[in-house]
Design a binder for this molecule. Structure first.
Ligand code: T6T
Length: 327
């Protein structure tokens, strides 16, 4: 066999096999459901855009179906309805690490592959044969512990390395925001001994509650130096609270997530730093992973997406601004 023929033969086999699988896949139109934490959150709207871009490229029908608030009580009936329609696969941001295990097992038992995006169930370590929540095929998300540490470093820098701060958070039991708080507290304890982290305030994803909690903390601790808003609504509310207390620029705000409203707050000086996730990439890789699995390929059990740190110095840079969430 001459060299050209040899090369052709060597590469043709896997290539043809892959193409045949793809072609077979495209004979059947897959329908993939994306169940977000809630439908009206710019984070999940942006995730859906990324998933839609992949779906368009692969000829997949994408169905975006979720609840109006971030709550297992409203998410589970939506999930049940999605399972009843027997999609080819489900991408879901579970709203609670334990309460979504049994509802998602129903999908798994019905033969519907499950991939979790953004949040996880159980420990988030899947396909190990251990525990009762390892059945999802993959987890695709930001590294939320790292994100919390990044927030701590940004807030410590903003307050000059000393003083009282607290975390404005959603509620316990959400993998992402639990991990952000844990990462934040670890970094503060290990790297910033002069920062005092006060008790976390839980706002149930209600920005108004987060705003009044800020005022409550400030009333008790008038020397409050900063707050970390651990997700979009926590950060927005904490910022509003700082403004309502007349403390703009004095009480520093570090925000997780980057909707247009937070970017506006960076421009007015209310928010110092926003840690933007890359939700479009989470949606894109989620969709591609589901398609790869459905067409007979193995997929990574975990995919981590990145962050972009936004502040007044870089927010007008198009390479940074492209990560502002869609509304
Ligand atoms: O921060 C995101 C997401 O990562 C988290 O799981 C829930 O809150 C957001 O959707 C922002 O509102």
């Amino acid at each position: 066999m001459d060299r050209r023929k040899f090369l052709g033969a060597a590469s043709a086999v896997p290539l043809t096999a892959a193409m045949a699988t793809m072609a077979k896949a495209q004979d059947k139109k897959f329908t993939i459901a994306l169940v977000p934490g809630l439908t009206t959150d710019a984070f999940y709207i942006t995730m859906n855009k990324g998933a839609q871009a992949a779906a368009d490229a692969l000829g997949v029908e994408l169905v975006f179906q979720g609840a109006p608030d971030f709550n297992p009580v409203t998410q589970v009936p939506v999930l049940d309805a999605v399972i009843a329609r027997a999609p080819s696969a489900i991408l879901i941001a579970p709203t609670d690490t334990t309460q979504l295990i049994e509802p998602l097992r129903k999908a798994h038992d019905a033969g519907i592959p499950v991939i979790t995006v953004d949040t996880f169930i159980g420990t988030g370590v899947y396909q190990t044969g251990a525990g009762d929540a390892d059945f999802p095929l993959a987890y695709i998300a930001s590294d939320n512990i790292l994100g919390g540490k990044m927030a701590a470093r940004a807030l410590a820098a903003a307050i000059g390395g000393a003083g009282k701060v607290y975390v404005s958070n959603v509620k316990p039991g959400i993998s992402t925001t639990d991990q952000r708080e844990a990462g934040f507290k670890t970094a503060m304890a290990e790297e910033f001994p002069d920062v005092v982290v006060l008790e976390t305030q839980f706002n149930d994803n209600d920005a108004n509650k987060a705003a009044s909690q800020l005022q409550g903390v400030f009333a008790r601790d008038a020397d409050l130096k900063g707050v970390f808003g651990a997700n979009l609504f926590s950060a927005l509310g904490a910022g509003n609270g700082v403004q309502q207390a007349g403390q703009t620029g004095t009480i520093k705000v570090v925000a997780f997530d980057a909707p247009g409203s937070i970017v506006d707050n960076i421009k007015t000086g209310l928010v110092d730093v926003a840690i933007a996730q890359h939700p479009a990439e989470i949606g894109y890789f989620g969709l591609v992973s589901a398609f790869a699995h459905l067409t007979g390929n193995s997929i990574p059990v975990s995919i981590g997406t990145g962050f972009t740190i936004m502040d007044a110095s870089n927010i007008d840079n198009p390479d940074v601004a492209k990560y502002i969430y869609s509304e």
